[in-house]
Design a protein around this ligand. Sequence first.
Ligand code: UD1
Ligand code: UDP
Length: 372
Amino acid sequence: MKKKIMTVFGTRPEAIKMAPVVKQLIADEQTTPITVVTGQHREMLQQVLDIFQIKPDYDLAIMEKNQSLEQITSKVLLGLAPILERERPDLVLVHGDTTTTMAASLSAFYHHIPIGHVEAGLRTWNLESPFPEEANRQITDDLTSLYFAPTDLSRQNLLQEHHPADRIFVTGNTAIDVLKYTVNHEYHHQVLDQIPADHRIILLTMHRRENQGTPMANVFQAIREVVQADPKLDVIYPVHLSPKVQKVAHQIFEGVPNVHLIDPLDVVDFHNLAARSYFIMTDSGGVQEEAPSLNKPVLVLRDTTERPEGVKAGTLKLVGTQKDEVQQAMLALLNDDQQYQQMAKAKNPYGDGHAAERIVEHCKEFLTQDIM
Ligand code: UD1
Ligand code: UDP
């Protein structure tokens, strides 16, 4: 009999990294996929669904402007319960560390449905950083039956917490699967067309809750000063739709001609702009995984990272959010070619682009065992 596998996701990064899994489930004749989106994000989620042509079976449509963590959590729990009761899937797959991830896992647990966690085992061991993601992923891993660890290090983290070794599979990160479909060397974009060919481009993203307010303002000031002193440098910043991010970005960058504040990009545009950039500055999780495959140095605008593989490989440099440190790191990359080349040439530690296939095979294997 076919196995019913439900995927639940709600934000842009979950959608991007679950898309290859959803596609693989649809292609597999032994599984019946059910796709549920919580709609924690709206426009930024829809962009991904459109690009990958994914039509959800259910959409909880929970987003409200500036809503609290409690609102997200309670709406996901209440919204998923009747769907789980009606569909009774054999397995629920969640991704990563958002509040959708944590609340969907709790909901599946309340219904005695096993959980598969894609991108399991990432840790900073600091519950305040990233907040609330570190707690979300630890809670999710406590409820999980099947762990899809992207790297050997994430597997070690899970073993250290005494999760069962025979349920942990190192698959690579599905983010790398996605790059096969998005990067195109013939790519054009209207913003790129405005920037002279001899200018260097920095691609910027910043959205984390713990960075909102002063840390974000410090970083933006640092960038503004560096960019204003170098007319052959451009910053492209697709600004996250969170009102708290929009406000600071517009306050500090408005009127600076070589800072281009644009709407969030769809993932094809974003990956191709990343591929055309000189380097990337970000506090995003997913971007830290993608950049090594694109040979782009990344200045990580955080004090911690759950992606130390990229730091060890040499692509990522943790620079925090203090103005002077951020400026020094930018100037070093702009002026020191040796350092630039070392970071740009590091090897991608996040997999071979076949993670989704492995994940679906492990799910089927698990579901044909006598588990209940
Ligand atoms: C969420 C995740 C974070 C992830 C990020 C990816 C949690 C607690 N946080 O953070 O882990 O890194 O997504 O981007 O799960 N908004 C829109 N339209 C959209 C998306 C967001 O208007 O399409 C606005 C809304 O006002 C919303 C606000 O942004 O209330 C914040 O969204 P929310 O999902 O709560 O947090 P993020 O900062 O996006
Ligand atoms: N991304 C995108 N458009 C943008 C910015 C980012 O498609 O304008 C992609 C990026 O390539 C990565 C993912 O979104 O795959 C990261 O999402 P985000 O930074 O919002 O969340 P995080 O990874 O930090 O949870």
